[in-house]
Write a protein that binds this ligand. Structure first.
Ligand code: DQA
Length: 143
């Protein structure tokens, strides 16, 4: 059974009520349920935190798994600590995922310091982006 970590960072616990015109009306729980429904063959670990150090710990924990789907929220744009943690998680397929199309928003959102440390980036597909990311991981993983 493939093991996939779905990691959501700062402010993503507020999905559903936080700027629904940008991030949609589904909560993080809804998104996680959709993933469980669509991929019953996957052993998921779902985590959300607003603390950077805690997220670094989750990335480390995901080290032996098949994949990491990570939406780092605003850390995307400035967390070198998260970059380094992801870079160190070798042999794991990593997908940076954003609900919104970060390239069509404020200029500072266009730059990700995380992207060099991941295999792929998904942006602008809303909740479907998480499903796409898992699909990609399953296609690439050895199990
Ligand atoms: C986000 C985009 C980031 O710029 C923002 O800080 C978020 C969410 C997204 O999913 O579109 O918190 O990662």
């Amino acid at each position: 059974m493939a093991r996939v970590f779905v990691l959501n960072g700062v402010n993503l616990g507020a999905l559903g009520t936080r700027r629904p015109e940008v991030y949609g009306t589904l909560t993080l729980k809804d998104i996680e349920e959709r993933l469980r429904d669509r991929f019953p063959q996957v052993d998921f670990e779902f985590r959300q935190t607003d603390y950077e150090g805690e997220m670094v710990g989750y990335v480390r924990e995901a080290g032996g798994s098949d994949g990491i789907v990570i939406n780092p929220g605003a850390w995307t744009h400035y967390s070198y600590a998260l970059h380094d943690a992801l870079e160190a998680a070798e042999d794991v397929v990593k997908v940076e995922t954003h609900l919104s199309n970060v390239h069509a928003r404020e200029p500072w959102r266009r730059h990700s310091v995380i992207s060099p440390a991941v295999n792929a980036v998904v942006a602008g597909m809303g909740p479907y982006g998480y499903e796409t990311a898992v699909d990609y991981i399953l296609g690439r993983s050895k199990t």
